[in-house]
Design a protein. Sequence first.
Length: 174
Amino acid sequence: MGTEKDTRTNYFNIFNDKKPIVVRRCSLEDLEGVIEVNEKELPEDYPYFFYKSILDNYPESFQVACNSNGKIIGYIMWRVERAPAIHSLKLMNQGHLVSIAVLKSYRRLGIAATLLSNSMKKLKKYKIDDFVLEVRVSNYLAINLYKKFNFTTHNIKEKYYRDGENAYYMTLKA
Ligand code: ACO
Ligand code: ZN
């Protein structure tokens, strides 16, 4: 079990060419960098207040990855929803993956996997029963990542994205 300090900062190191990459909790000062990564890497953009409200409400599972200069190179954010369970009508707490992205030049180093496993552990604090997410059916990189974490496709959400693309709705029991 970690100390109080560990739970707040939560440092992880991934060694990329001997330069440490740190995965830690997001702070208010990090939001600008998070938004920059999102705008570079994903077509779904959100207004500042959206990120801010995720940070205010679910700070534990909002994680960022920083390079050795402290620049934000990746992030993950979740929200928690009270919703019917995947296989019954009973109301459960769902951890809903809002967004994850890693800058192209830092891909395939295990950063997304670290962001995911780290934040999923933190989400347990919110007494999660299921993890859920949507992903573009064409996004095989992300689909592979989720499969690696044992997410399975529950169903397809037709025309889920503004451009008309379908989403896989993927779920995992916590
Ligand atoms: N080809 C095949 N599988 C891949 C690839 C690839 N190029 N990249 C990642 N994966 C899968 C693999 O299963 C990999 O495990 P492995 O290396 O043991 O085979 C696993 O993902 C973990 O790889 P990481 O190195 O941790 O992933 P990375 O840090 O490169 O980030 C991510 C993956 C986040 C999907 C990245 O490609 C990205 O930022 N893409 C653009 C943004 C995006 O699509 N985000 C997801 C949208 S859906 C949502 O946010 C709910
Ligand atoms: Zn969603």
